[in-house]
Ligand binder design. Sequence first.
Ligand SMILES: Cc1cc2nc3c(=O)[nH]c(=O)nc-3n(C[C@H](O)[C@H](O)[C@H](O)COP(=O)(O)OP(=O)(O)OC[C@H]3O[C@@H](n4cnc5c(N)ncnc54)[C@H](O)[C@@H]3O)c2cc1C
Length: 508
Amino acid sequence: MSSHPPRGRPVELIWLKRDLRLRDHAPLAEAAARGPVLCLYVYEPELMAHPTTHAAHLDFINASLAELDAALRARGGGLVTRVGDLPDVLDRLHAQRPIARLWSHEETGLGITYERDKRVKRWCREQGIEWIELPNHGVFRPHAGRDGWSARWRRRMAEPIRAEPAHIDGVLDLPSAGLQSAADLGVAGTPRPDAVSAGIACGRAVLADFLAKRSRAYQGDISSPVTAWSGSSRLSPHLAWGNLSVREVYQATAARIAQLKAMPEREAQDWARSLTSFAKRLHWHCHFIQKLEDQPDIEFRNLSRACDGLRDERPDTALLDAWRHGQTGYPMVDACMRALAAGGWVNFRMRAMLMSFAAYHLWQHWREPALHLARLFLDFEPGIHFSQAQMQSGTTGINAVRIYSPVKQVRDHDPQGVFIRRWCPELALVPDAYLPRPETMPAHIQQAAGCVIGRDYPAPIVDNGKAWFRARQRMGALRARAEARSEARQIHHRHGSRRRPQHLRTAR
Ligand SMILES: Cc1cc2nc3c(=O)[nH]c(=O)nc-3n(C[C@H](O)[C@H](O)[C@H](O)COP(=O)(O)OP(=O)(O)OC[C@H]3O[C@@H](n4cnc5c(N)ncnc54)[C@H](O)[C@@H]3O)c2cc1C
């Protein structure tokens, strides 16, 4: 640790993580009111090398940082970046300029960030530096239990939004590593040509457009990958990297709902209902993150320990490779995987189907598929992601077992193959009727469509009906066990939504 005496006026150090914004940024607002301010972003090698990190995440972060730096400069401040482990970076910085206080948002992150926070806490204690962590959204630390959680969440969402500081007494004489690209840092991943643009201005524009126009039929649009592309808010990367706060989005939505409700037209009332359903998702955002906050090991282990040993933890590489590369022979699965590789986003139902296919049809442990999807999703948010990965694999013990049929998803959500043909061009001329199961095309139709199964497009890697039935039987047997049912009650008490007793539901 540092042996040099620190020089200069002590600074209020703001450590930016997944909160790349100025508005509704309590640590920044509080620190700026106290004294000279330094905003710091650290490229942490351990995080950069983590199996959930993709170059596209870094591109998003960097575009956000560039915008943030410009906005800070316009107010008299600026951004300093550093590459290195924590707390070493803080230690070196403290040697260059004394740190009065460390400010940050609470982070509900990966196991490695949890461990890193413990190291930072220890370092702060040793240095006599106070670390003030403030809530980033509607997640509670320490958590007082699930009873009353929703009311606490609503109160937090109703809190006033902190304005961007008009002026910042910035510290401008410290060296910065500038923006570090994925190539600089050795972060794996190829560019995502279709990825949504990053940054605060973009996030605000997406929100404004959604509330003013695109949300009209939100409820009806979100299930199909064809309509969800524009009918869903598409705000998730901006929320995950903190360009916008959940509160900001929630309050803007509430204002729009009130405006619509005041209108006499029936259409406005339907629209308000759609937006109410969207607002519920913001509640889910925090509800799911709270699970990881309360039980960090769900990144690694089954939430329901009764599920241990249910699936082999060693992945079947051949099956998973076919799934990863969009070569399963199931057009909806393959189109989603290819769409993700290009743009880092598909809608909720398709994500659930991808995870369910890996967990039930391929009978793979959720961990490897979850890591792969984390890299693919531009909006990777650990708390939502690992909770959902487990939920769609049936290992939470409390949620209904839902095995998505990739065949039915085509019939229900892309019967004309608009989405599928875009991402699987080899199926371009396959008649609609065969899109759910191209392998059932008679040979002459395969020839006419220029899509010979096994040559131009793979035969299904597993049989849909048999895989579904086998998974259903296995899950049924597991859930029938007395210890699984008793554990479910405990899990529900700790993590379950209080709206209804989900452990009692058995529907598929
Ligand atoms: C296996 C799996 C993994 C997922 N991983 C992530 C992830 O890493 N990051 C992530 O943000 N979402 C994740 N989701 C949830 C959901 O699919 C996305 O939030 C949503 O598709 C993002 O698109 P949107 O912003 O247009 O959503 P909208 O429908 O417009 O919803 C608005 C916001 O509400 C929140 N939200 C929406 N649906 C959910 C949900 N089911 N659970 C929790 N929060 C929700 C998100 O913050 C989202 O941005 C995952 C879902 C599944 C099934």
